[in-house]
Design a protein around this ligand. Sequence first.
Ligand code: XMP
Ligand code: MG
Length: 183
Amino acid sequence: MHEDIQEVLFSEEEIAARVAEIGAQITKDYAGVVEQDGQGIILISVLRGAAIFMADLAREIKLPLEMDYMAISSYGNGAKSSGVVRILKDLSSEVEGRHIIVAEDILDSGLTLTYLMKNLASRNPASIEVATLLRKKTLAQAEIDCKYVGFECPDQFIVGYGLDFAERYRNLPYIGILKPEVY
Ligand code: XMP
Ligand code: MG
């Protein structure tokens, strides 16, 4: 284990098993939709944290799909997100009439996702659902409608498997709690 990690929450094996389950569930849920629609799903990941999750999830969905990326930056001071978001990189594809699944790394206050959902909905997709790898146990995001959730996690600073602190630790194969003395 990395010396900056206080506790491993989810091992590489646990993550792989859960991602496979979510992929199988999506495959089941969207098989009919994709057949009827004649077009695949569009998986969208929010850079950069969700890129690793989406790459693994995509390979567990046994249906035609496209992958696209958005980069956003939230304004505001410090560690808590303000919900005011700026788009740094927009999608490459048109999503009107398409079935979108947004892959997120972690849902904390839910403000970032709320903004993103509004923005995507304004482009008139056929449907939008969210697959988040992690959801923090906080009251604030209780009302966020998220169809696929990998794991519930404690309200601490989490890194690994795409999640960073100051751009580090994204390449840890497991998910863990960062030691408070590191940040
Ligand atoms: P909100 O509060 O808008 O924030 O739901 C979601 C975004 O905040 C980042 N975030 C974290 N990143 N470890 C991280 O590496 C964490 O524990 C953490 N909590 C929130 C993340 O970018 C997420 O998309
Ligand atoms: Mg980050």
